[in-house]
Write a protein that binds this ligand. Structure first.
Ligand SMILES: C[S@@+](CC[C@H](N)C(=O)[O-])C[C@H]1O[C@@H](n2cnc3c(N)ncnc32)[C@H](O)[C@@H]1O
Length: 336
């Protein structure tokens, strides 16, 4: 059984690789989706790279990049997003593009010199590898991006685990991808051409989000979503999703911090199963307080007594409550 699954996985990878090997050399209009790049974002990128760009969104926007960041791009293709990122993270930043297809890597590497000469610095490196087994050391990246690639992988959960592994604590991912409004039936999944065209490998949306949550990500936000095409009653949707890797503490230490959800909804349920009613302060542990005091939550909450609000900082040397068991409104086993 395991052997058969492995064989199916290898066949899928070979099929995808052969499609993108050709698509690197000659534009395949069928693989081009609306992406939304602004002209000034790509003006330093050679046309032969732009011609074979096959993304389904634009994860390089949404203000996720800062100068000096180390960034990894999964399934970098001919390098469009790496080259946009190169300019945004600047000469003290670093961009690592990963792809499995030689022709894509060759085109990307050849154009890297030209982009570097236009920008005046060279901060991009392309590596050959699989997105579910990244050739990148643990805790390397501040940001992981990907554009229309994870749907092509057989085991999306493993890909999100790899993203989590290579991110530094406090790092984040921002990926554009195709998801489906319903489970894709087996006969579509078996259609290798449709799989390669970013259709039938799409996971149903909630399962995609679940894969990211199970890999350990917090605060998932759908930044953009639109229906790309419909087939057999299923909408195939382009989404851009962001998620955070946060350093977890094994303990819940209560020191009197509270969080008040400010709305606009009636209530807010976080990834730890706390339910915050609008306007009602809820006692939370230190880790939860720190988490809610940062993006993406901070604009929705008022936190009292959290480190960082200097005038309100509690004395952290004497924990007042230390809870590992699950209790009402607690952070749960493993905790916060
Ligand atoms: C749809 S294209 C997107 C390319 C690029 N992100 C862009 O926006 O132009 C998919 C790319 O992912 C690569 N790819 C697909 N599956 C992969 C895998 N399992 N590991 C590494 N690369 C993969 C393909 O070789 C191809 O270059």
């Amino acid at each position: 059984m395991a052997e058969q699954k492995n064989q199916e996985k290898n066949e899928t990878i070979e099929n995808v690789q052969s499609l993108y090997s050709e698509a690197a050399l000659m534009q395949k209009p069928k693989l081009c989706c609306p992406t939304g790049y602004a002209g000034d974002e790509t003006s330093h990128i050679p046309k032969e790279v732009l011609d074979v760009s096959y993304g389904c969104g634009n994860p390089t926007t949404f203000k996720v990049m800062q100068s000096g960041m180390t960034l990894v791009d999964l399934g970098s293709g001919a390098g469009i997003d790496c080259f946009i990122a190169s300019k945004k993270v600047g000469r003290y930043g670093k961009v690592i593009g990963i792809d499995m297809t030689d022709n894509m890597l060759e085109k990307a590497s050849r154009n890297k010199e030209l982009v570097a000469s236009r920008l005046g610095f060279d901060n991009v490196e392309f590596r050959k590898g699989q997105i579910d087994n990244l050739p990148v050391a643990d805790k390397t990246a501040d940001l992981v991006i990907s554009n229309c690639v994870i749907n092509l992988a057989v085991d999306k959960g493993k890909v999100f685990e790899e993203i989590h592994r290579v991110l530094k604590d406090e790092g984040l991912f921002c990926v554009s991808d195709i998801v489906a409004s319903k489970d894709v039936p087996q006969h579509l999944k078996d259609d290798k051409k449709l799989w390669g065209e970013c259709v039938s490998g799409a996971l149903e949306t909630s399962k995609y989000l679940q894969a990211a949550t199970e890999a350990g990500f917090y605060g998932l936000q759908v930044l953009k979503s639109y229906v790309w095409q419909a087939m057999e009653g299923i909408n195939f949707i382009s989404i851009t999703l962001k998620g955070h890797k946060l350093k977890r503490s094994p303990e819940c230490i209560y020191q009197g911090q509270t969080a008040t959800y400010n709305g606009p909804g009636l209530e807010f349920k976080d990834d730890e199963d706390h339910t915050f009613k609008r306007g009602i302060p809820l006692e939370i542990c230190m880790e939860t307080a720190k988490r809610l005091n940062k993006a993406p939550y901070d604009s929705f909450f008022s936190i009292s007594g959290v480190t960082g609000n200097k005038e309100e900082s509690p004395d952290c040397s004497t924990p007042t409550k230390n809870v590992n068991a699950k209790i009402e409104n607690d952070c749960g086993p493993g905790c916060c």
